[in-house]
Design a protein around this ligand. Structure first.
Ligand SMILES: [Zn+2]
Length: 652
């Protein structure tokens, strides 16, 4: 934990232009800077950095926030990690909050393991390049496999001398304790002897998201049938095999940029793809994919394309466990390579653009791929076919998105020559055992998807629309910018004096009085935090929310602070334009609140009308009457508000 005043000092010292410029080339445009967005692929720059507001905002993809948020998004670090990054960059000393001795011990343990791993990686890399054994055995192997020196350096490849415990002795000589060498698995210690785990192997270090070395993979150089070809570090406090994919640190920016991640099997596949110019690639490194690995990739993209070598056994082995990937809402595609090729050999045989062309031409949806593959094996065997159908239906039923699911059902019905309704019924049986209505809904969705056909993989997940979006954003914007401004005074009860009312006091008390809450969780949270802090003397809402821990809040708020969109919509609707809203807050604020209330009333009325419609066929007259009474009252309120707002009030 970093104490609050240090957080403040870090934020004060961090200059947004300097922070962004490290990753994006910026050009000055008036008071702002402009560049190509690092978060999405664009040709015309729409990524704006405002030094006066200390925020960035992309008008293409919507990302925005302050320096901390930029580092979180760009480097995929946590809030605390980003603060530490900025502290280092701007030379702020970090004072950590008091921690319990256990916490300190654990942190020190982890830190010690990382430090020894980092030193080991450097030792191995230097041994590979500078020592005879390293060059003759390790480096010549990498070069034979076609790896360039820049690739070898980028991935910190190395070599561990084949001399029993030379590495361990060197490490101890440098002051690294046996305890940590053992805990990382770099050294193996028995009662009376010590041995280097990776002796005689070329080394592939594993980096975590922040680029620190956490483990190693080693490939044996001798041909000895009794030695495992590949050997990995054992599990440790810094390395959990099931949570790591090889290459993620070097791939993360490209994955975000291209919104896609290629998944291959081995380290050398990753290296060759990088070398051919494709950088959004990671390896599961031997283990079959785990849910944690999928979630790690999903932080960057929901689109995964699996590239397999051509042999059938390999493909079938990797099919296991993919249902789990589908259930995470990931779009999985598969590219089988020609027989006899693996991603490594294939990538080396061509350049990036022909490789990408091949992938684009041969990419298949996972379910289609699985169906085709298994179908070819069940020719003329009705029982095997029936089993296959159950299997495919199971895969489809775990897909969380309705529309994607129905697209697959339609396709599989064609491929398997089974009636769509039967497949729906089967999926339905698995998913919602007792819910008849579900099938109907699925059919309707399918019909809709049929009228508007789109490839399954590109269907976006729909976010629920917030019906008060415009009104709420207008209110938030005013709150953020003018919360301390006095809009009018009211007479005080006791002394007969006048009490000033600020923008924040007015808006927040009005919302509270009518119990108005937002259906958008982000707006809800922002209003909540405003309520908590607005009476504090030094509360600076722009800064508080732009530097917020939740990146979605940074995006929303920085959008409100740069976007001219909302005010123009509001005022165009009125048919009038105002130069300086600051001058007319006393008019503007009550009006915005009333518009918001009116919108709420309209939504409530519409909702109740709908309920009445649904109740028509039932005989629950009592409930209908009840609803009608409420509607009448609401209509009165609506009329009043409309009158207040004048003729140009909004209509649905
Ligand atoms: Zn963007």
């Amino acid at each position: 934990m970093i104490d609050q005043s240090t957080v403040e000092r870090i934020i004060d010292a961090s200059d947004i232009v300097e922070v962004v410029q490290e990753f994006v080339s910026l050009k000055r445009r008036g008071v702002n800077y402009l560049g190509n967005c690092p978060f999405h692929n664009e040709k015309t720059p729409s990524f704006t950095v405002s030094p006066s507001k200390q925020i960035y905002k992309c008008f293409g993809c919507g990302k925005g926030g302050g320096p901390v948020n930029f580092i979180m998004e760009h480097e995929h670090l946590s809030y605390i990690e980003s603060l530490k990054y900025l502290a280092k960059k701007f030379h702020i000393e970090i004072v950590e909050d008091e921690e319990t001795p256990e916490m300190a011990a654990q942190r020190n343990q982890r830190e010690s393991l990382m430090i020894v791993s980092s030193w080991a990686a450097e030792y191995f890399a230097s041994y590979l390049m500078n020592e005879n054994e390293g060059r003759n055995v390790g480096l010549s192997y990498f070069r034979e496999r076609g790896f360039r020196d820049d690739t070898i350096k980028k991935f910190q490849l190395g070599y561990c001398p084949d001399q029993k415990d030379l590495f361990t002795r060197m490490a101890q000589k440098q002051g690294y304790k046996m305890e940590f060498l053992e805990a990382t698995g770099l050294s193996i210690k028995r009662d009376d002897w010590v041995r280097d785990r990776f002796a005689g192997r070329v080394i592939f270090p594993f980096h975590n998201l922040a680029g620190r070395v956490i483990a190693f993979g080693g490939r044996v150089m001798k041909t000895d049938p009794n030695t495992a070809k590949y050997l990995n570090s054992p599990e440790s406090e810094i390395y959990h095999k099931s949570k790591v994919v090889y290459g993620i640190y070097h791939a993360k920016s490209a994955i975000t940029k291209f919104d896609k991640c290629y998944l291959v099997e081995g380290y050398t596949d990753v290296l060759s793809m990088h070398q051919s110019g494709i950088e959004n690639v990671v390896a599961s490194s031997g283990t079959s994919l785990t849910t944690d690995q999928i979630r790690l990739i999903k932080r960057f993209t929901p689109n995964i394309t699996i590239i397999y070598d051509g042999d059938q056994a390999g493909i079938k082995a990797s099919l296991r466990g993919i249902d789990m990937v589908l259930s995470e809402g990931i779009n999985v595609k598969v590219v089988p390579l020609p027989a006899g090729e693996d991603p490594d050999s294939f990538a080396r045989s061509m350049n990036a653009s022909s490789l990408l062309e091949y992938i684009a031409a041969n990419e298949t949806d996972f379910i289609r791929f699985k169906t085709t593959l298994l179908l070819s094996e069940t020719q003329n065997d009705p029982i095997a076919r029936a089993k296959l159908i159950t299997d495919i239906v199971k895969s489809i039923s775990v897909i969380p998105d309705n529309i994607t699911r129905s697209v697959y059902i339609r396709e599989c019905s064609k491929m398997l020559e089974v009636d769509e309704n039967i497949l729906y019924a089967e999926v339905n049986k698995i998913k919602h055992k007792d819910d008849e209505a579900f099938v109907e809904n699925e059919k309707r969705q399918a019909a809709r998807a049929q009228m508007n056909p789109q490839p399954a993989a590109t269907l976006p997940e729909k976010k629920k629309k917030n019906p008060c979006d415009i009104e709420e954003k207008a209110l938030l914007r005013i709150l953020l910018r003018f919360h301390k401004e006095v809009i009018f005074t009211v007479e005080s009860d006791d002394e007969g004096g006048e009490v000033p009312v600020t923008v924040a006091e007015y808006i927040l008390s009005e919302l509270e009085r009518d119990n108005l809450t937002s259906s958008d969780p982000l707006v809800h949270q922002i209003i909540g935090e405003f309520r908590e802090h607005y009476q504090e003397d030094f509360f600076n809402p722009e800064r508080h929310f732009v530097q917020h821990e939740n990146p979605e809040i940074c995006n929303l708020v920085s959008g409100l602070l740069v976007d001219k969109y909302i005010e123009s919509v509001i005022w165009k609707r009125k048919g009038s334009y105002v130069e300086d809203e600051h001058e007319i807050l006393y008019l503007l604020v009550p009006r915005l609140v009333e518009e918001y209330k009116l919108r709420h009333v309209k939504i409530m009325i519409a909702g109740m009308m709908k309920q009445i419609g649904e109740l028509q066929s039932s005989d629950d007259l009592e409930r209908i009457m009840e609803l009608q009474t409420i509607i009448q009252n609401l209509k009165k309120v609506e009329k009043e508000l409309t009158k207040k707002l004048g003729k140009r009030a909004i209509t649905i």
